[in-house]
Each structure stands twice: as structure tokens, then as C-alpha cells.
Design a protein around this ligand. Structure first.
Ligand code: UDP
Length: 235
């Protein structure tokens, strides 16, 4: 049995609990939603279940395709058993299509394809609002060596190369995706979650967003879109 121990950490969308083994944790997915550096808050009913199930499916797929992840087992609707990692405080964003902050920052047209995909690095720091950084900044901050940064970029492309075709078969366009990595036994592995909270997912037929942008921009049908992603990914 995987007994859940005390809570170790509470984030915006998840709680982390101790697991039976000291080198494992349980991620509990909440329905709480935040956007714009937590200035907008709300609830997306059922989101925790969607994000847990979608993440579990995609982590399993990545493992099958040789990408190391922290995923071990889905324990329940909202609980996932995972390896306990030391998170690298870098948000690795990989982009296949122009959207969001990229469109704003560089004046590019939303929806234009980006080939090959590009990677951006953000320093994970709430107080600073997760600034966009380059390799030199991360080295200056003692966050990552050039070798680790090379590996993060390589892993991000590998994740993208697995997810993009899988989602395309399900008529979902993977616009962009935010990935987090952790160190486990001296090895970098994918951690956190892969969900409509952390990826832009557009319906390939209608072009409609099926992700957290529906919440960010008050587009309506938020719950329905999350359910639709779960149906397409997990069925
Ligand atoms: N993203 C995320 N957490 C963040 C910031 C971004 O999961 O704190 C995801 C976001 O959902 C999108 C991708 O990373 O899929 C790229 O986001 P972008 O830089 O365009 O920022 P946004 O416009 O979402 O603020």
C-alpha cells in the first residue's frame, strides 16, 4: 500500500505529500487555478482530476519512448506517486506555434508555426515573476551549468517530439509547453506535470484553445475544454 504521509509543500495547483518511501512523493492535484503570477485566482471544477490523468498518460507515453520522468503510478483520481527529485528552478518552455508572451515580446503573429521548435528558459522565482533568462544568467545564479542547460534543451526537444505527434493524432495542436526537470540520483528527469494548465493545446479543426487560456482570457467553456482534452488523451 502507498500510504500518504504529511504534506511537504503546497503550491498553486498541487500539494506534495510524503510517500511510504523516502525517495518518493505523492502529488495531489487541486482544482485551484491562478494566472498572471497569481493575480487572477479561481476554481476550475474537475481540473485536478484532468491534470492528474492527462499527466499520467503523457508521462507513461514518454517513459515508453525512452524519456526519463518522475512518474511511477497514478494512485487515484487526484493522486500520483512520483520519484522525489530536487527541482531545477528553471521553467523550460518549448514552442511550436507563436502565442502568449512570445507574440507580445517579439511582435510575432499568433498562430504562426515555429520550425524547428524553440526553447526558452525562465528563472523559477515567484518574487521576480519568473523572468526570461539566458544561459549566462543561470550560470551567474548558480542554477545550472552549461552541461545541464544542454541536457535540459535536449530533453525538452525529445519531449516535444513525442508529444506533438501523439496529440496531433488526437486532433490537438501542441502550441507550447512548460516543462520542469529535477535531479534524481544525479540524473535529470522530467518532473511536475504536463496538462492543459502547462501547455497550450488548440483544437486542430476549429483552432480553439482547449487549455488554461480559456480561464486566463475568460473565454468560457473552461471545464468542458479540460474534459475534452482528457477524453482525447486518455480514452
Ligand atoms: N506556462 C506555465 N506556467 C507559467 C508560465 C507559462 O505553465 O508560469 C505555460 C503556459 O501555459 C504556456 C507556456 O508555458 O503553455 C508559454 O507561456 P508564455 O510564456 O506564452 O506565457 P503566458 O502568455 O502564458 O503568460
Amino acid at each position: 500500500m502507498n500510504t500518504v504521509g504529511p504534506m511537504l509543500y503546497e503550491g498553486k495547483a498541487k500539494k506534495i505529500f510524503a510517500a511510504a518511501r523516502p525517495d518518493q512523493i505523492v502529488q495531489y492535484f487541486k482544482d485551484d487555478a491562478t494566472a498572471f503570477n497569481a493575480q487572477k485566482r479561481g476554481t476550475i471544477v474537475g481540473k485536478g482530476i484532468v491534470n492528474n490523468k492527462v499527466s499520467a498518460r503523457l508521462f507513461r507515453l514518454l517513459e515508453e519512448q525512452g524519456v526519463p520522468t518522475h512518474f511511477l503510478e497514478r494512485l487515484g483520481d487526484r493522486e500520483m506517486l512520483a520519484k522525489k527529485v530536487t527541482i531545477v528552478p528553471v521553467e523550460v518552455v518549448i514552442r511550436n506555434v507563436v502565442a502568449g508572451s512570445l507574440a507580445k515580446r517579439l511582435g510575432l503573429r499568433v498562430g504562426d508555426a515555429i520550425r524547428p521548435a524553440i526553447v526558452e528558459l525562465y528563472y523559477k522565482n515567484d518574487a521576480l515573476g519568473d523572468p526570461l533568462v539566458n544561459d549566462d544568467h543561470l550560470r551567474l545564479l548558480n542554477v545550472a551549468t552549461p552541461g545541464v542547460l544542454r541536457e535540459l534543451r535536449d530533453l525538452a526537444h525529445r519531449v516535444n517530439n513525442v508529444l506533438q505527434p501523439f496529440l496531433a493524432e488526437r486532433k490537438i495542436r501542441l502550441v507550447d509547453c512548460k516543462l520542469e526537470f529535477g535531479v534524481y540520483h544525479n540524473k535529470l528527469i522530467l518532473a511536475d506535470e504536463i496538462s492543459p494548465d502547462t501547455c497550450r493545446l488548440w483544437d486542430m479543426v476549429t483552432g480553439d484553445p482547449l487549455d488554461k487560456d480559456r480561464f486566463r482570457q475568460d473565454l468560457g467553456k473552461v471545464e468542458e475544454s479540460y474534459q475534452e482534452v482528457m477524453r482525447r488523451v486518455c480514452d
